[in-house]
Design a binder for this molecule. Sequence first.
Ligand code: NAG
Ligand code: NAG
Ligand code: NAG
Ligand code: NAG
Ligand code: NAG
Length: 945
Amino acid sequence: MNPKFTFVFILLIHFLCLFHSVFPFTVDHVALVAIKSRITLDPRGVLNTWNNSLPVCEWEGVTCGTKHPHRVVGLNLPNNNLVGTLSPYVGNLSFLHVLNLYNNSFRGHIPPQIGNLLRLRSLQLVKNTFEGEIPANVSRCLNLKQLQLSGNNLGGFIPSQLSLLTKLQVLSLSYNRLKGDILNKVAINLTSLQILLASNNSFHGSIPDNIGVALQNLAYIYISGNKMSGIIPPSFYNLSRLQQVSLEKNKFHGTLPLDIGFRLPQLTAFFIGKNSFHGNLPTSLSNLTQLEQLGLYSNKFTGKFIFSARNMPNLLFVEVNSNYLGTREADDLSFLQTFANCSKLYRLEASFNNFGGILPASLGNLSELTVFNFPYNKISGSIPSSLYNLINLRVLGLQGNQFTGNLSPQIQKLTKLELFDYNDNYLSGTLPNSWGNFSHLSEVNLANNRFEGTIPSSLGSCNNLLYLTISNNRLSGTLPPQLFQASSMLVELGLSYNQLQGVIPVEIEQLRNLVVLDMSGNSFLGKLPTTLGSCNELVELHMGENLFTGFIPQSFKSLTGLRVLNLSHNKLSGPIPRFLENFPLVGLDLSFDNFEGEIPRKGVFMNLSGLKILGNNKICGGILEHHLPTCPPNNDSKGKGSKLSVVVIVIIAVASLVAAVKVINLEERGAAKSFMAECETLRSIRHRNLLKIVTVCSSTDFQGNDFKALVYEFMTNGSLHQWIFMDARVRILSLLHRVDIAIDVASALDYLHNGCGTPIIHCDLKPSNILLDNDMVAHVGDFGLARFLLRATANNSSSIAVKGTVGYAAPEYGLGSMVSKEGDVYSFGIVLLEMMISKSPTGEMFERGLNLHNYANSAALSDQLVNIIDPRLLENGGTSEGNEGEILTEVHRKHKCIRSIIEIGVKCSMESPQDRMKIEDAIGELQVTKDALLKQLHVIRAKRV
Ligand SMILES: *[C@@H]1O[C@H](CO)[C@@H](O)[C@H](O)[C@H]1NC(C)=O
Ligand SMILES: *[C@@H]1O[C@H](CO)[C@@H](O)[C@H](O)[C@H]1NC(C)=O
Ligand SMILES: *[C@@H]1O[C@H](CO)[C@@H](O)[C@H](O)[C@H]1NC(C)=O
Ligand SMILES: *[C@@H]1O[C@H](CO)[C@@H](O)[C@H](O)[C@H]1NC(C)=O
Ligand SMILES: *[C@H]1O[C@@H](CO)[C@H](O)[C@@H](O)[C@@H]1NC(C)=O
């Protein structure tokens, strides 16, 4: 050969070789660049190396072959948060063996060009957001051993062509929305299959009868959460290599074969929960010596649970909740003793079965146990103290059994507890004192037992507690304020139906996350705590069946999320606040209280089934369907003749005009303005027992000075003063009248003090300011000296040296004290005594140290009341037709009532303000007295008939 030619030939060969290796290199390069171009976000910058200054084989995630050093055989980009679509150019990487995009955010369709990758062995796209159908073309990749598409948004039918992939060992399709009969149409032909993951799709069909022959290599089968049905065919138990089986949440039925434990010797996980399997559990389950996880919950298994874990050193958990296991016999729980050697066991659950017997003490050996959950069985006996050795416990559920005995203080050893439920047993004794160490505890339920004693204050130190329920026990005493700590996260607090008493600590406001509060059925008293208004996450508030008095606080206005409010069967009074109309209430129970006045008409008040208001005798109005009496016409509308004619009372005038009392100096900056504001407030307060203010007027008097006036409605029956000292022959105030008037007046004061936002102090309560309407209902009027407490104490310029009226004004006022609620209570006490004794406190006999209070008090102490009370009280009893014995009994009973009223009067008029009774308590006691009196009158009437 011509050497020249030879040279050219060699050159040509060389060039061809070069060309041959460069050309394919270019195809892969182009494909990768195209793939990169479809990736819109690469937060970790893995694709930064994909540039022209580096050869393709050095790009991150790219692997080239050894036989074909310039061809891309692997593309591995897992866990990179890549966002974008997968370019169809991927199909040009014709030497690719492995494509791994696990755990990124690829979306769009899986390109069918994948089907061109005839050398592909592993396609790993798990945890992306691919959508659309699986391209049938994938079935052309006949070398595929692993096809992994779990955790995407793939839908549609599974292509039957995938059955051609006979080399497939791993098929993973879980967590998509795929349909079709995966087992019979696809999997059954995949003779090499070892791992089938197809949970949580919409696959249907049954387990093929020939599965035991066809898929002899199967080790993992996860088909839970589909729509599969049928039985487990007998040949399934020929799959002797099976290690993990999950058939949960389908519609399988049938029984388990007796010899299951011998036929699946390698089984480590067996999950068949939430199907309809029935029958006895085969005892051979005990021979699954490799078993780690056993989940049989929500089936229909029956009979004794004969199970031994003695040969299962690797056992992690057993879960048989919601079956019919157990026979209520004493040895039902003997299987628990066989767990002693399971040192890894961390979860035991058997709720909602029929297990009887007692808990064996050997439980204490299961040191790794974190969940012990056996609620709703028939387990009896005491809770073994060895249970409290399980210091890793996080969930302890024994509710709904028949346990007796105490709650051991040893519980505090379980410092990792998160949930602890002993609800609904027969436990008794006191609650342990120490709750300080439970820093993880989020739920405690001790309701429906027989616990007694007080609520331990240290419960408040469980800072992560969200749910605390101790309802339906026999707990007594008061609520420890420590229960309500600022750090508290409590969402639900259930204290109902115990024997708790006292007032609700104001600290309750610190429970800012509270959603449900149930205090029903106790003996709580006092007012509803105003501070509860701060718990504005509340959705349910149950305060019924207690002894609460006073009004619904204005602060409740902020409880705008309330859906259920129950204040029934208390002694609450005052108006039903309008703001309740605007709450999303579905249930409002105000029945059997003493609410008064017009009920609102909107919101829940229109809802016949949602509203309960029975047993409030002083309410009126509302929608027709409630059948309440119509309210007396409002003064704002035109009055009905003379009865409603108005009386003008000039109550405030300029300083120069008035007597000794300096009221408001209108020359002072802002005083006139504040007067008007106060008048507006006065005008807006409405209470059955307050004289209604018709209007406010402001004018100039004859000397050219400003004067301000309030206009009140007119009362036909005059003042209490007139009645007390009225000629006995005309008409007499009966004892019942007097009690009613006392309650009316006290209610008015309570409303002024506590019911209308800023407390108002009347400052001049006396019989001549108490007016009686046509029905002898008392109305407190003349706010001439009324003070807004907050303003008076907060701002000196408007604090006034009030004297009130001699005889009725509290002694401390004479010493220059600020006006106070207690001052009004003093006046009330004096009025009460005056009403019963019929002597004016300024009468001649009351001087040199003797006053109405001392007079009544010493008579009461020396049992001389009968000698000082208004003699007319004992007349007019209406029993003149009765025999002597009856009369004596009645007089005796009346005495008791009179005595208790006088005692209330004495307690209200104590010398020292802090010793005086609270007005709301006075109402409560007067109410009790009235009830007793009414009962007595009923008896008398009944006898007469
Ligand atoms: C290409 O990537 C390399 C490695 O990340 C980098 O050092 C180089 O600056 C890049 N070149 C270009 C042109 O982006
Ligand atoms: C997925 O990738 C992200 C980002 O690298 C990583 O933080 C996360 O742990 C990965 N998740 C799994 C299940 O591998
Ligand atoms: C799958 O296997 C069945 C028998 O089990 C057979 O009838 C069918 O033709 C097979 N399908 C494919 C695509 O090989
Ligand atoms: C099966 O397990 C039970 C209970 O552990 C045991 O008594 C029995 O000997 C085991 N049978 C075989 C064949 O291992
Ligand atoms: C291979 O990919 C297709 C898209 O799937 C392109 O259309 C082709 O041009 C490409 N071929 C080459 C040689 O890059």
